[in-house]
Design a protein around this ligand. Structure first.
Ligand SMILES: [Zn+2]
Length: 286
């Protein structure tokens, strides 16, 4: 494995340059020296099997590793039977389309963390998630990584500990660590390198080094309030953390080779290039 950088969805510049189709994305990314892309299905899986297959072939040709962001409507902790059916459907459909495009990972938001005791909410989510994983196995979709994401608001399920606990339910389940979200939910907790190191140590301690080695990472500057994440920002807007260089140094020190997906507002590809440059500049100094 080697480290990879890429955007979540398309930057404004992609459209400004006249591009429309995600099929144009692999070449566009290759030309910018990026090698990962997270296809966005946040508002539902709309892409057809055939298009997904074509995107997958183009991605292979251009050396782009694909992942997919599942719909935002997934809620593992829901008690509403109709919502449970939908959650199951969104996850299975995301995995099917990920298979069609050859995506390695499906990232998803675990669900609501409010309306009761947090431990009970998590246990409920785990019971339901186990059922879904059994169905995923029946449908022969276990070879795609399912990645619950660390979330940016207190009322969302998805603290690092909660995500790690979900990851213990099956080999296919691996964390998506969103450092912007963790910075927001801790109201600016990631200002020193030691805070990043604690998170990496915790993942290794709980899941093992193999999970840390090729971790799926989301990184972008985030604005937050007392409740956590308010808005994703970008590199042209000064004053928003966390600082990627703090993480990059640790990745180099520990020889880690994650995939880093940038979710900056409107400039996700540009900021992914900045992160890549920071990483390789630091690597060159070692
Ligand atoms: Zn997300």
């Amino acid at each position: 494995m080697s480290i990879r950088f890429g955007p979540a969805g398309a930057s404004d510049s992609f459209y400004e340059e006249g591009h429309k189709s995600s099929l144009e994305m692999p070449e566009w990314l290759k030309n910018r020296g990026l090698n990962a892309f997270e296809y966005q299905c946040g508002r539902g899986v709309q892409i057809k099997d055939g298009t997904a297959g074509r995107l997958g072939l183009l991605a292979v040709e251009q050396g782009i590793q694909l992942s997919l962001h599942a719909p935002y409507y997934i809620n593992l902790s829901t008690t509403d039977p109709a919502m449970q059916v939908k959650t199951r459907g969104h996850l299975i459909k995301s995995l099917c389309i990920a298979r069609a495009m050859g995506a390695k990972t499906v990232v998803f938001h675990p669900g609501s963390g409010s309306g009761g005791d947090r431990k009970e909410i998590l246990s409920r989510a785990k019971v339901f998630f186990k059922e879904i994983l059994a169905e995923v196995e029946e449908q022969a979709l276990s070879n795609i990584v399912l990645a619950p994401e660390t979330m940016g608001k207190n009322n969302q399920l998805g603290s690092l500990e909660e995500v790690l606990e979900l990851c213990e339910l099956g080999e296919q389940v691996r964390p998506c660590v969103d450092f912007g979200h963790l910075h927001a939910v801790s109201r600016g907790g990631l200002t020193e390198q030691a805070a990043f190191a604690v998170l990496l140590d915790r993942i290794e301690e709980r899941l093992g080094i193999a999970y840390l080695q090729d971790l799926h990472i989301h990184f972008s500057p985030v604005e937050f309030t007392a409740g956590g994440e308010k808005k994703h920002r970008n590199g042209l807007e000064p004053g928003y953390g966390p600082d990627f260089a703090l993480l990059a140094e640790l990745l180099i020190e520990r020889g880690l080779t994650p995939t880093i997906i940038c979710e900056s507002a409107g400039r996700q590809a540009e900021d992914a290039c900045t992160y890549r440059d920071i990483y390789f500049e630091l690597l060159g100094k070692c």
